[in-house]
Design a protein around this ligand. Structure first.
Ligand code: ADP
Ligand code: MG
Length: 656
């Protein structure tokens, strides 16, 4: 008994045609009209998409994979839906003579009414945006299509006819369905008998698209886009037929995608070796990573993260424009490499995969920047990376701690960029920072934390003292350090280029201001006793006439000359006035090609030093004054504007 359902009249309304039909019966072939939005999309797809045509295969495989996921989900309550076949898979075949490519899955399948509504209408919003995107004068990139949840129609980029044959899991074989369309205004639908559960999508290729009729080509597209689909994607093996002088397909199937997506599997089932192997695959690194973290995050934004910290810095670590190393997947479908929006710039060395359940397939980079889901992912992933680093840094295990030291050596400079970039994680970052210090191995390694420093502070000490310089040797031999050494006060030695930037964002820690030993008058505050202070004042008064003569001699070079208590062994040093740029920073800016406003330094002299004592009665007062200044400049790593004059003066004195 046949029963005709007036499908066409209802197509395009919200209600699927069969929605309330209790007993479905076979139907004759019907021709139905696409919903208006679909027609619009199809027109654009067939007329406007020229680049990256190959993505049709990714979209078909993605749908096949979704269909298998849906079956798995429904079968939780109804295991009979498996019909005894629980191995879910996708098969891709081609027929060079018929010019077809077929993508078959044994997933949930489509009932007739589902075929009509799911392949004939677009339930989701976003059509208008898609149309606008393609109608604008953007490049007509097929990549766009997945973004709007209309991936199925991408088949029409390469096919002038698509046939879908399907049977929904749980329905009898006689209730299969065939859907056919040429991608214009309408499609045909009819009941068929289909023993196999699931869906086959047959693409009849357009004239000129024959390049896709090759096992090699199809395999390369699968491995490019769908390698980490967790289902096996099977293709027939090929064999060279000398008689026919071509490759022929054998009746032997083999998976062409790598494996199940590693990150989608439970942690407990993955070995360390597998994690490391995967890292090497995605990073092209030959060494094992330093650490990794693998988590499934649920909540407002759902995603899986598998993130690695490499053991060695890449050669271009310094390049801030380099995109990060995190690949974006959406539901195990590869979307893009180096999705920089997923990580802050200062964590650009992190490698790995983020697989989102919320993002639309193939969002563009532009959309990623604006997405709130992406923002949540970035924040979550940043926290994970910091936890990973904290885990190493604070580990009781010496080997782990050693790993952190190695990490810091290679990546510390980049991590320091974070202080200005990531306000939310300032505190955690600050604790991860390591510095060279006068208190530990004479500043040979960067191993001191600010917490360590504060723990060693003198009872009366208020500030955290540091010196900046171009090299570790210059730093640790700075004349400005002398009084601190004498009094046993620790000073941090900052010699990375990024340190001046760090200091412009990090001005206090744990309530203690960071204080340069080369800026402003030396004020050790309560660390100096009253007698010392009184004595210094008395010396200053006694020295007044000499100071005035020095100021006169160094006019245009030093903005002031004063006596200091900060020197022990050296005769003089240069300091910057509080609020002025340090000599070190001015040199860095100059090297970077940025003209810095030139602030004259202050010359401080050590009244106890023999050279200074000789100054008062010297016949070569002016020469000696300039030599003191030049030497102070050399000691802090500065360059003499007129080295020849310096040499002449020194020689004159040596021979005098
Ligand atoms: P999306 O995948 O974002 O839902 P598509 O345009 O790719 O959008 O697919 C439209 C719909 O067609 C899917 O939601 C699904 O209902 C149906 N569909 C497509 N391919 C298959 C398939 N292989 N098996 C079952 N249903 C499918
Ligand atoms: Mg899809």
């Amino acid at each position: 008994m046949r029963h005709h359902v007036p499908l066409g009249s209802r197509c395009g309304t919200d209600e699927p045609p069969f929605a309330h039909e209790p007993n479905k019966t076979p139907m004759d072939k019907q021709t139905l009209s696409f919903q208006a939005e679909v027609k619009q999309i199809l027109h654009l797809v067939t007329h406007s998409l020229y680049s990256n045509k190959e993505i049709f295969l990714r979209e078909m495989i993605s749908n096949a994979s979704d269909a298998c996921d849906k079956l798995r989900f429904e079968a939780i309550d109804k295991p009979e839906l498996y019909e005894g076949q629980t191995n879910l898979e996708v098969r891709v075949t081609f027929d060079a003579d018929a010019k077809t490519i077929t993508i078959t899955d044994n997933g949930i399948g489509l009932s007739a009414e589902e075929a009509v509504s799911n392949l004939g209408t677009i339930a989701k919003s976003g059509t208008r945006e898609f149309v606008a995107a393609l109608e604008g004068d953007q490049k007509k990139d097929a990549q766009l299509i997945g973004q709007f949840g209309v991936g199925f129609y991408s088949g029409f980029i390469v096919a002038d006819r698509i046939t879908v044959e399907s049977r929904r899991a749980g329905l009898p074989p006689e209730e299969g369905v065939r859907w056919t369309s040429e991608g214009a205004g309408d499609f045909e639908i009819e009941t068929i008998t289909r023993a196999a559960r699931g869906t086959g999508v047959i693409l009849h290729l357009r004239e000129g698209e024959e390049e896709f009729l090759s096992g090699w080509k199809l395999k390369s597209i699968v491995s490019k886009y769908s390698d980490h689909i967790s289902l096996p994607i099977l293709m027939q093996k090929e064999e060279w037929d000398a008689g026919a002088n071509k490759q022929v397909q054998k009746d032997e199937w083999a998976p062409v995608n790598k494996a199940a997506a590693l990150w989608a599997r439970p942690k407990s089932e993955i070995t360390k070796e597998q994690y490391e192997e995967f890292y090497k695959q995605i990073s092209y690194d030959t060494e094992a990573p330093l650490a990794y973290t693998h988590n499934r995050v649920e909540g407002r934004s759902e995603y899986t993260q598998l993130l690695y910290i490499p053991a060695k810095a890449p050669f271009d670590l310094w390049n801030r424009d380099k995109r990060g190393g995190v690949k974006l997947y959406v539901k195990r479908v590869f979307i893009m490499d180096d999705a920089e929006a997923l990580m802050p710039v200062y964590l650009r060395f992190v490698k790995g995969v983020i697989d989102s359940s919320d993002l639309p397939l193939n969002v563009s980079r532009e959309l990623l920047q604006e997405s709130r889901d992406v923002k949540a992912i970035r924040e979550g992933s940043t926290k994970r990376v910091l936890s990973m680093l904290e885990g190493l840094a604070e580990s009781e295990d010496a080997a782990e701690k050693e790993k952190y030291a190695a990490f810091w050596k290679d990546f510390g400079v980049v991590l320091k960029e974070g202080i200005g970039e990531d306000f939310a994680n300032r505190e955690r970052l600050t604790k991860l920072y390591r510095f060279a210090s006068t208190a530990v191995d004479d500043g040979a390694t960067q191993s001191v934390t600010l917490t360590d420093y504060v723990g060693r502070m003198k009872k009366e000490q208020e500030s955290i003292y540091y010196v900046t310089a171009d090299t570790p040797a210059t730093a640790k031999n700075s004349p400005q350090l002398e009084i601190f050494r004498k009094k046993g006060i620790e000073v941090l030695l900052l010699t990375d280029r990024v340190d001046e930037w760090l200091l412009s964002h990090l001005y206090e820690f744990d309530g203690h201001p960071l204080q340069s030993v080369a800026k402003g008058a030396v004020d050790l505050g309560k660390l100096e006793d009253e007698t010392e202070k009184k004595q210094a004042e008395a010396t200053a008064t006694a020295f007044k006439p000499t100071l005035d003569r020095l100021k006169e001699a160094l006019k245009g070079r030093a903005k002031d000359v004063r006596v200091t208590t900060r020197l022990v062994d050296s005769p003089a040093c240069l300091v910057a006035e509080e609020g002025d740029m340090s000599g070190h920073l001015a040199r860095l800016l100059k090297q970077a090609g940025q003209g810095a406003p030139k602030a004259e330094p202050i010359l401080e002299i050590n009244p106890e030093h023999a050279l200074v004592k000789r100054l008062e009665s010297s016949e070569h007062f002016d020469d000696l004054a300039n030599i003191l200044f030049d030497q102070a400049l050399l000691a802090e790593g500065g360059h003499l504007d007129d080295p020849a004059s310096y040499v002449k003066r020194v020689n004159a004195l040596l021979t005098a």
